[in-house]
Design a protein around this ligand. Structure first.
Ligand SMILES: *Cc1c(COP(=O)(O)O)cnc(C)c1O
Length: 247
């Protein structure tokens, strides 16, 4: 299947999931995850209409964004970010989906103040409870959001999560529902509540379910570009080799 066809197929599935949930399709955006995909193949996806792209590693995303300079796209950083990579991250990304600690907020704020710009951020929550996953524990979120009011350059826009890696759809949906209820609660209680619109959840294996549970951004790679040769370290810290969730 060509990249353009696969992209259209994903977009069709997104519309169908929105319809099942009684939501307008325009409420859900596709963030196309381009990690391990060469710039020339990403260019095909851009030609087919992709405009929001995501990378999980600065050392890969920054040169790829540079190779695709001039294309009408915006980049998001979606992976764990070390504070010493903030400067390079801001060279290419206009949003961050993986804000997960105050020390990172501090490093971001300092650099953004120097640059005189702001950054849209999503707060990553560990909804699965797995020790291998990054993100705040759900109970830590309210205090974290209050602390973020001290950082003028950071614009919290919502929450992000990775569901448990399992074929058990009940468990996957439990993660999505938890993120949604945390977002809804924060909307009412947090100082920046009115701005907390986004729910970044759902990947190739589970994005239709995520949309049914309220996702506003789905992060999809393999469903468009094909299976990655290497496993994702956040799923396989022990070096297991499957590249997609068991069906
Ligand atoms: C790789 C990745 C995705 C996309 O995963 P696919 O299986 O390619 O759809 C989504 N979110 C994060 C944080 C990722 O690292």
């Amino acid at each position: 299947m060509s990249i353009a066809t696969a992209l259209q197929d994903v977009q069709q599935q997104m519309r169908e999931a929105a319809e099942r949930a009684g939501r307008p399709a325009s409420e859900v955006r596709l963030l196309l995850v381009t990690k391990t995909v060469a710039a020339e193949r990403v260019r095909q996806a851009i030609a087919a209409g992709a405009s929001e792209l995501g990378e999980n590693k600065v050392q890969e995303g920054r040169p790829k964004a540079a190779a695709l300079a001039g294309e009408p796209v915006r980049w998001a950083m979606i992976g764990h970010l070390q504070s010493n990579k903030v400067k390079e991250m801001l060279d290419f990304a206009s949003s961050l989906h993986s804000l997960d600690r105050l020390s990172l907020a501090t490093a971001l704020e300092r650099r953004l103040q120097t640059l005189g710009r702001g950054l849209d951020v999503l707060i990553q929550v560990n909804t699965s409870g797995e020790a291998s996953k990054y993100g705040l524990a759900p109970a830590e979120l309210p205090a974290f959001l209050r602390s973020l009011t001290a950082f003028d350059a950071l614009r919290p826009r919502g929450l992000m999560t990775l569901a448990t890696f399992t074929a058990d759809q009940t468990e996957v949906r439990r993660c999505f529902r938890l993120l949604r209820s945390l977002r809804d609660q924060a909307r009412n209680d947090a100082p920046q509540g009115a701005d907390l619109c986004e729910l970044s959840m759902g990947m190739s294996g589970d994005f239709p379910a995520a949309i049914e549970e309220g996702a506003t951004i789905v992060r999809v790679g393999q469903a468009v570009f094909g299976a990655r040769p290497t496993p994702d370290s956040f799923y396989w810290p022990e070096g297991d080799t499957a590249a997609v969730p068991p069906a």
